[in-house]
Design a protein around this ligand. Structure first.
Ligand SMILES: [Zn+2]
Length: 105
């Protein structure tokens, strides 16, 4: 974003609370058509709202990533671990059986 464009922007939002509600709705996907329209026109020139949007979006993204990391790979790792343990037991049994065969036959 160039300084010239930044200079033309509003540095103070007169209805920031309304804007924040609108941003939350847009990020939630629950925004009405009217909200979306207001969002598009407002976001072009309202600096506090752009910053608010970026902040909320990054928090939402971070949360989403945390949730994904929490539920899926952990389960996969536990899955792999239990399969690996089973494979080790089978391998040990096979090896000891081969040794027994060596001894007795
Ligand atoms: Zn605004």
């Amino acid at each position: 974003m160039s300084e010239a464009i930044k200079g033309e922007m509003k540095h103070h939002c007169e209805n920031h609370e309304r804007c924040m509600e609108m941003i939350t709705a847009v990020l939630d996907g629950s925004a009405s058509k009217e909200d979306m329209e207001h969002f598009r026109t407002e976001m072009d020139h309202c600096l506090p709202c752009i910053e608010g949007y970026e902040l909320q979006k990054s928090i939402k993204d971070a949360l989403n990533q945390k949730i994904e990391k929490k539920c899926c790979p952990d389960k996969t790792i536990a899955d792999i671990k239990s399969k690996l343990q089973l494979a080790t037991i089978v391998l040990v049994l096979l090896v000891s059986e081969i040794k027994l065969i060596d001894i007795y036959f």
